[in-house]
Structures are given as structure tokens and as C-alpha cells.
Design a protein around this ligand. Sequence first.
Ligand SMILES: Nc1ncnc2c1ncn2[C@@H]1O[C@H](COP(=O)(O)OP(=O)(O)O)[C@@H](O)[C@H]1O
Ligand SMILES: [Mg+2]
Length: 415
Amino acid sequence: MKILIVGSGGREHAIAWKLNQSSRNPELFAAPGNVGMMEIATCINITVDDIDGLLSFAKAQSIDLTVVGPEVPLVLGIVDRFEAEGLKIIGPNQFAAQFEGSKDFTKAFLTKHGIPTAAYGTYDSHEEAIEALDQFGFPVVIKADGLAAGKGVIIANDMVEARAAIDDMMQDLVFGEAGARVVIEEFLVGVEASILCFCDGLTLLPMQAAQDYKKAMDGDLGPNTGGMGTYSPSRVIDAVRMDTINKTILQPFIDGIHKDGIEFKGILFVGIMIDGDDIRVLEYNVRFGDPETEVTLPRLKNDLIDIFDAIVSQRLDEVELDWHDQSAVCVIMASGGYPENYEKSKIIKGFENVNDATVFHCGTKMLDGEIVTNGGRVLGVTSLGDDLETARACAYEAVRKISFEQAYYRNDIGK
Ligand SMILES: Nc1ncnc2c1ncn2[C@@H]1O[C@H](COP(=O)(O)OP(=O)(O)O)[C@@H](O)[C@H]1O
Ligand SMILES: [Mg+2]
């Protein structure tokens, strides 16, 4: 069985690592893949937005199943193109990918189906958006409607900041067309969490929750990042909350897509804000989270190919997820300066000294026979342990054995 993984980050490395453990011994390909994936997959130099290139490769190689890591190819319609050629692929079609590709699409869906979320308005003109600010208090949340690589959300503390955000998005188009339309939202307080689910269009199967750390510095200080670490299972989502989430968020999603005739197959990532008993949806993503995947898949006992097969054939109701009791912690090693400016091409040393941890590559490359840094987030170091504290100690022990110039990581992941 030949499987193609589309993407090149820690998330895709974790997917490949998990698929590599399947009893079906799949032959793995990754486009474009990364240095870490090279050990288990054939990496081919096709970028994730080159849908024609990916399609010709999959046809030429008779790929049996394609798994899409990032959102961009999904929003570009890779699934529709592959399915039109009779190829099996894991991910939502272009229409359903709007759950990530358009904040307005999601807010309209949530509102229509009575799924709790922040009050909002959507605006296509700069003038309307500025006028609407009077209806909201401060802080207020201003969001570019389209994809903005995780940078399109501004929390404005006063009128000056709010106007500046709207000017940037709608007049100066700092996020391109993605910001030509904006969503303005009521600011919610609480603790954020995310629920990853497998979905075959009929059944939504939640995975055990992972907790991520978005801020750059210890104690949740500093700027937002793509994620500096994760742990699983989450302490924030207990059985009572999970019950509420099932009833008020997950079941209404399935009911809603049925009513609206939306076909959703793949991974649904539900970002939520928890304030006591009040749990509301912040956003949907239509793919695995990074670095949530790096702690979720190592705890999953099921063969991932069985789950993907069940998604393709819409038999997910027959699947029961089985989890290791152990906790997992993933610490992201980043380049000093991230998420602002940082240097690349620093030689990474010490991989061979690591035991009791899996090192997922996020941003690395080969240079003159050495593995060097090639991104803001460089490595995701994951350890399992009988409890969170053991997993945490183990992950940090591994992190300390790996070194590169200006390496940076948070010290409080899982604390
Ligand atoms: N209504 C809201 N109230 C408070 N914080 C919010 C709200 N919406 C978004 N945020 C914050 O902004 C972050 C990014 O927003 P999100 O909707 O997840 O967009 P994206 O991940 O596409 O950038 C969230 O993780 C959360 O911290
Ligand atoms: Mg988000």
C-alpha cells in the first residue's frame, strides 16, 4: 500500500511516524516532507500548493491513499481534484474547507445551528466595519475572513487599535484578499482548548484532548506563536465538560452539516473557549493541529490506516478509539527570536544522545551533510510517561541533549 503525505512540518512527521507503525507496512511518500521524514518516507520535491504536481505524482505512482496535513491545499480544492480522478484522500472538499478558509462561513454556520460562539458581525466595507465598532465593547476581536497563516486575528484594546487593525486589513490589505472582508467579534474570557475529531460525514469521533501553549514565553507571556508545546490528555477537559461539548458542539455540528448538505470527511479541529460551564466555539480548522498531533498520535493505539479507511468508506461508527494510559508531552525547540526575526542554518547536534523521546522535525534541512535549522519552530520533542510529570521530565531531558545556536524553548510545558 502506497501512502502520500502532503506537508513538511512536525504534524506531517508525526502522521508519517504513526503510519509507519501500521501492521500493513505501507510504503510512505511525502511532498515535500522534511529531513526527519526522510528516514521513513521517500520525500519528493513538490510544494503543498502545487495541486497539479501532487495529482500527477499520485497518478503516476498509483498512490492508494493521500493524507493532507496543512490547510492550504484543502482550501485550494485538492480533495475535489483527487476524488474526481478516483483517488482516495483524507480531508474535506473545497466547499467544506471553508470551515477554515472563511471565518464568516463558520460564524454563519454556528449561529444558524445554535452552536455557542461569540457574538459577531461580518463586514465587506471599511466604513461599515468602523461604524460597527460602536456596537462592541473593548477589547474587541478583529479577524481577517480568509487564511492568514495564523496572523489574521487582532485583539484590539481601544478604538485606536481597532481602527488601525481594520485599516491594515481592509485598506492596506496586509493579509491580501483574506482581509478584504472582516469579522468583528465579542471578546471572550476563559481557558482555550481544542478537540480534534475524525469525521466521515456521518460520525464525528473525538480524539482525547491535547492542551497547547500558544504564547512564546513561560507563564503564557509574549507574542502568539504557531504553538510552543502540548500535552495530552488535557487537564482542562474533564468528563463533565466533554459531555457538554458532545451535546452542545459536536452533535450539532453533525446535525448541521446534514441539514446544510455539507459533505465533511477528514479531521475537524474545534477550537473552544471555556469559562466555567460556558463553552463556546472560537473556530474550526479542517486538519490536524500542530503540535497537538505530536502528542495525540503517540497515545493512539489504533492502526491509523484502519481509521483512514473507515473515513473513506464512511464506517467510522464501527471504530472505537483506544488510547494508551500514558501521558505525552511535546516541547517545541525554536530558533531564538521566533515568532519575530530569527536566523537559519544553525547546525543541530545531539540527536544520537536522545532516548525515551521521539524527535519530530518541524523546520530543518540538510546542508553539507549536516542537519541544520530551517524555520522558526525547528523540532518537536515528544515523550510518554506514566503520568504528566514523568513525561515532562523525560521530554525536557531529551531537549537538553539537543543543541543548536540560539535554541529557544519554553520551560513550563505540561507544568
Ligand atoms: N472571540 C474571541 N475572544 C477572545 N479571544 C479570541 C477570540 N477569537 C479569537 N481569539 C484569540 O485569537 C486566537 C486566534 O483566533 P482564531 O479564531 O483561532 O484564528 P486563527 O487560528 O485562524 O488565527 C485564538 O486562539 C484566541 O486566543
Ligand atoms: Mg486558531
